[in-house]
Design a protein. Sequence first.
Length: 173
Amino acid sequence: MYRNLAHRLRPEIVIGEATPAEREKLRSMLSKGAAVLPIEAKAGELATGVHYLEDGVGIADGSSFVSLQYVARHGRRVVGSTSLGIKDLGGAHEKQFWLYRFFVALLYRRMGIGELLTEYTVKRAKEFGALSVFLYVETDNTRAIRTYQKMKYHIIGVDTVDGSRCFLYEISL
């Protein structure tokens, strides 16, 4: 019941690309130990234990990585963010698309904003030619797991990422 009420009371939210100023502010916040999977963050904090790379940073396997950041705005306030990582594996059609560095502000949770951000980011990935999108979620994060399963993500593996056991999810587009 609470979730249905929260959806009905959800403020007018606009999803779009982050401005350079918003990216810088979010980068500063994220560098202080915050990161992705905001739905899972505890009160007063962003989710931790998330693993991401900045634009152009080489990955261990020698591939390149580009990050596009999207935000949810309520008026002029950024109330959520996610990133679309595009990992170039070398060929014209050899790219992996990753959803990561995700959060929703505490007061805006349980209103469907995380789903809106995820859907928008996946739509953008599809526009870039993605056939699927991947993400990690910690195995004990039941709220996020339910959300991703509801959105048709499927577990394709289990990995240990920075000491945390994580499910690897994929959604086919």
